[in-house]
Design a protein around this ligand. Structure first.
Ligand code: ATP
Length: 253
């Protein structure tokens, strides 16, 4: 039975997609069967894994809106053990199209229930909002991973995300915890990076892992190569950090 992990933060550009693609690829490279779910209309996880978001006929939109079977929309990627439920541009309108739909917040959960026995891990790359698509992701997830950009003082936005997670727990009667935080784009030369790391570690003192991911030029280039860094540049520091994180997620040394 897959563990389902949502990668969420309503702040844009904090490293959600970079984390989702690289972590999914690393865990798949350890022999685990992984499904990456792209629920962000920007579709960067889809193109990051090498699938054309502009031409794909398979998509999460078909599942959420057209009631198509999830099995018919999952793509086997060119990476061993790594599967993708892609996003496409139509997803941008899905929050409006779902407005009158009964149980609209359970659409993704119901779909993943059909396939979760087939996978070891399911990662969901959330959009930069706290709207209905992110709510679907949180409702489907067992735990949440929160990337936090070290170049930006994020605690206020973090409070909003934690509030939303609290509301999901309360109103949807669901156990949902933040499993870990990732301090992304860390730059040891800046006081702000150091301050954000200290504050976030205090805020999340009881969390399982609080990994620091340095600012890394290879990581910023990776999505434009249409490949996760672990595959296209396995010797880089970025790949190493994501490998370590993958081990933490898997609970191995
Ligand atoms: N550790 C890092 N070092 C340098 N650049 C990074 C790092 N992590 C991510 N980036 C770059 O920062 C930008 C934003 O990252 P990413 O797209 O993963 O964020 P996001 O939170 O998914 O964005 P959005 O909110 O738009 O969905 C990208 O150009 C990415 O390549």
């Amino acid at each position: 039975m897959a563990k389902i992990i949502a990668i969420a933060n309503q702040k844009g550009g904090v490293g959600k997609t970079t984390t989702a693609v690289n972590l999914a690829a690393c865990i798949a490279s350890f022999g685990k069967k992984v499904l990456l779910v792209d629920i962000d209309p920007q579709g960067n996880a889809t193109s990051g894994i090498g699938v054309d978001k502009n031409t794909t006929e398979k998509s999460i939109y078909n599942v959420l809106i057209d009631e198509e079977s999830i099995n018919n929309n999952i793509i086997k990627t060119k990476y061993e053990n790594l599967f993708l439920l892609p996003s496409n541009i139509q997803l941008a309108g899905a929050e409006i199209e779902l407005v009158m739909v009964i149980s609209r917040e359970y659409k993704l959960k119901n779909a993943l229930d059909e396939v979760k026995e087939e996978f070891d891990y399911i990662f969901i790359d959330c959009p930069p909002s706290l709207g209905l698509l992110t709510l679907n992701a949180l409702t489907a997830a067992d735990t949440v991973l929160v990337p936090i950009q070290c170049e930006y003082y994020a605690l206020e936005g973090l409070g909003q995300l934690m509030n939303t997670i609290g509301l999901v727990k309360k109103h949807l009667n669901k156990a949902l915890e933040v499993e870990g935080v990732l301090l992304t784009m860390f730059d040891a030369r800046t006081n702000l990076s150091i301050q954000v790391v200290e504050e976030v570690k205090k805020y999340f003192k009881d969390k399982v892992y609080r990994t620091i991911i340095p600012r890394n030029v290879r990581l910023s280039e990776a999505p434009s190569h249409g490949k996760p860094i672990i595959v296209y540049d396995s010797k880089s520091k970025g790949a190493e950090v994501y490998m370590e994180l993958a081990k933490e997620v898997l609970g191995i040394d």
